[in-house]
Design a protein around this ligand. Structure first.
Ligand SMILES: *[C@@H]1O[C@H](CO)[C@@H](O)[C@H](O)[C@H]1NC(C)=O
Length: 178
């Protein structure tokens, strides 16, 4: 126990410091952010993601907020043989635009880095699952199409989060799983 506590404190410091570098959209407005988005690009150093990313397609995410300000998301991922639905509730942290989720298998820390609400959003996520902590970002758009300028903006953020461009997946459009 004596040995665990100091290292735990250090781990917390790392988390806090890492978190401090990730910006959150100032004045984040949940009402304007709610609704349907397309996940058109994703970058992550999560080992499962890196194995699967070339097979992944654009998916739909529906976001709503509880009266307490918690974030509820429903994601539908098109897999080769079916539509995989994922539902998740993330609790509001001290700040709007910053959410946390804890389940038996994993911990997530999600921040909406920036959004204009009507066209795009860039979301940052740290996932801790077992011993692996991974970092990722997703580019969300209201329409399924993504402009080259927006994709370029997203690509430029990749190295600033300690990730590399080979971890990027630009997800092809699909008409499945609407
Ligand atoms: C992912 O990148 C973050 C930030 O550079 C790093 O802290 C983390 O250990 C990396 N995780 C994996 C699984 O490579």
């Amino acid at each position: 126990m004596m040995a665990v506590l100091p290292s735990l404190a250090l781990a917390l410091l790392c988390l806090l410091r890492a978190g401090a570098e990730v910006p959150v959209q100032p004045g984040f407005d949940t009402e304007k952010f709610a609704g349907t988005w397309h996940i058109v690009a994703a970058v992550s150093n999560c080992s499962e993601f890196l194995k699967m990313k070339d097979m992944m397609k654009s998916s739909i995410i529906t976001i709503s907020f509880t009266p307490e300000g918690d974030l509820s998301m429903k994601v539908v991922w098109p897999l080769p043989d079916r539509c995989q639905k994922i539902e998740r509730l993330l609790q509001r942290s001290g700040q709007a635009g910053h959410y946390m989720g804890t389940s038996a298998q994993e911990k997530r820390d999600l921040r909406v880095m920036e959004t204009d609400y009507s066209c795009y959003a860039i979301v940052h996520e740290v996932k801790q699952s077992g011993r692996e902590t991974s970092t990722g970002m997703q580019l969300l758009t209201r329409e399924q199409d993504v402009s080259p300028q927006l994709l370029q903006k997203f690509k430029e953020l990749i190295p600033t989060m300690g990730l590399t461009k080979d971890m990027l997946a630009v997800l092809p459009k699909t008409g499945e799983c609407q």
